[in-house]
Design a protein. Sequence first.
Length: 162
Amino acid sequence: MPRRCTVCDHPERHSIDEALVTGTPYRSVAKRFGLSESAVYRHKVEHLPAHLLKAEEAKEVAQADDLLEQVKHLQGRALDILERAEKAGDLRTALAAISQARGNLELLAKLAGELDERPVVNLNVSPEWLELRAVIVAALEPHSDARGAVLRALEAGGNGSA
Ligand SMILES: [Zn+2]
């Protein structure tokens, strides 16, 4: 489009867009802002959707920032509760606070884009694995050679790859 849009160039473009979005007839908008009806109409049809889209994107970014702030605030509260519960020897509350803080951390990481949705299994800290490992090691107690071999294999497998 070679011709400049007098509405896009207008210093009160935001107010004009707002009026159009809220359903003010383009004729009234044209009159109120001293523009030609055809210019307002063309702007409404050809340019307004793009402006709205941009505004919507900006809003989403702002909302994400807001969400991040809220989770950070929640995290501060959870850690505060944890500290107080620990001081008071209230383990039950402390545990709940830890669980809450952990959830907040995951959310923070997700919001920061550092964590994708794929589940990552870390065998070395999984309680089921530690239990199984203890059972295996205990069962091999009388067979020291086999036990040593299994332990070495487990160490190698657990630390080497992944
Ligand atoms: Zn325009």
